[in-house]
Design a protein around this ligand. Structure first.
Ligand SMILES: Cc1ncc(COP(=O)(O)O)c(C=O)c1O
Length: 384
């Protein structure tokens, strides 16, 4: 049996969850103004680094008294810098509902050997957010990229908390409203929602996080790459563009380009609307097709960036190989690249819906998903 291919293809088949699609207007020659071959400590380099910091503040609405630093090693670097620099002063609660959150649990429990209270939920679910004691430091991931489960908002975070909140927001920043008054440490990487380049992480500190840095010294040694203080004082230069070590000025230029593009689509609210529209197209597709569903069980927790899907058709014999075969068909047709579920996640698909993805491309891809599903069901029957 031949199943007919849809007539139209997405203009851009890139739906990877990181590195994510570049902004639709991106061309390499738009980075021609990069300060290449110049010192990042010369005025030209420092001004660009400063523009990256202040552009982030402007677009994300980050309060003037929060510090924003560009740090090494992408989002992972920013998160680990925070964990190693801040934790150990008081009890810690670690919240995890997918593999990246689980990775931070490993860091804290196995590497730092902190006696933390660990709260986890299976893929598709979220921990009980009402059970958290904010006298403790609390570490969590705003949007679980590998399960497509996010916190619905920040209402569950206490205003009068004594502990710090440390939030990995890498697949949330620029796609979801982040309540800065609830977040003491926030991290993200350029390669996610804005479709920038990897390599650098953003570390955003509230005044209370700075207070902790200046009043507490962890018991363990800190490599230079993690050090945010000197002689008990914050190294302010890190938060004005004097990076700890050498950044890529090409990546910086690319981020500045992405920030400008973000302004052109209406800033943060425009980006959120784009991600919401992309996600809505997929949710409607799931409603119309009874063989596919969102991995996130509670609609209030469904991501609008890393939308994770599971196949629910009872004819499917081996879920993992079926999902892989569907993704392979879509890739071979060049209609959807890199949409297999994350390696540690349940079998299925993950379709990036952040603002750099065009809704018209999601809409053009979905009939292909139906085609690939039907083709694979037929192939499975033939093989039987
Ligand atoms: C929630 C989350 N945390 C951390 C990371 C790691 O990010 P990076 O590779 O930018 O360090 C990712 C990457 O996908 C992620 O989704």
């Amino acid at each position: 049996m031949t199943i007919e291919r849809p007539a139209a293809r997405p203009a851009n088949p890139r739906f990877s969850s990181g590195p994510c699609a570049k902004p639709p207007t991106f061309e390499l020659n738009k980075l021609a103004g990069a300060a290449l071959g110049r010192s990042h400590r010369a005025a030209v380099g420092k001004d660009k680094l400063k523009a990256a910091i202040e552009g982030t503040r402007e677009l994300l609405g980050i309060p003037a008294d929060y510090r924003i630093g560009i740090v090494p090693a992408s989002d992972t670097g920013a998160v680990e810098m925070a964990l190693w620099s801040l934790l150990g002063e008081r009890k810690v609660e670690m919240l995890a509902w997918e593999s990246f959150g689980a990775g931070w649990v490993t860091d804290v429990v196995k590497q730092l050997k902190i006696d933390a209270e660990v709260k986890t939920a299976d893929y598709g679910q979220i921990v009980d957010l009402a059970s958290i004691d904010f006298n403790n430091d609390v570490v969590f991931t705003w949007n679980g990229t590998t399960s497509g489960v996010r916190v619905p908002n920040g209402d569950w975070i206490a205003d009068d908390r004594a502990g710090l909140t440390i939030c990995d927001a890498t697949s949330a920043a620029f796609a979801m409203d982040l309540p800065w008054d609830k977040l003491d440490v926030t991290t993200f990487s350029w390669q996610k929602v804005l479709g920038g380049e990897a390599a650098h992480g953003m570390l955003i500190l509230s005044p209370r996080a700075v207070e902790r840095l200046e009043s507490y010294t962890p018991a363990w040694p800190l490599p230079k790459i993690f050090r945010l203080t000197k002689g008990g004082k914050l190294i302010e230069g890190i938060f004005t563009g004097a990076t700890i070590n050498t950044p890529s000025m090409l990546a910086v230029e690319d981020y500045l380009f992405a920030l400008n593009w973000a302004r052109s689509v209406g800033g943060l609210q425009g980006l959120i609307a784009r991600a919401d529209a992309n996600t809505q197209a997929i949710l409607e597709f799931c409603d119309q097709n009874d063989w596919i569903d969102n991995l996130a069980e509670d609609p209030a927790t469904r991501s609008n960036t890393s939308v994770c899907l599971k196949f629910t058709d009872s004819r499917i014999r081996d879920g993992a190989s079926f999902a892989k075969a569907v993704a392979t068909r879509l890739e071979a047709e060049n209609v959807a690249l890199d949409i297999g579920a994350y390696r540690d996640a349940p079998a299925g698909l993950r379709i990036w819906c952040g603002g750099t993805v065009e809704t018209s491309d999601i809409q053009a891809m979905l009939p292909w998903l139906k085609w690939a599903f039907e083709a694979e069901i037929a192939a499975q029957a033939e093989a039987a």
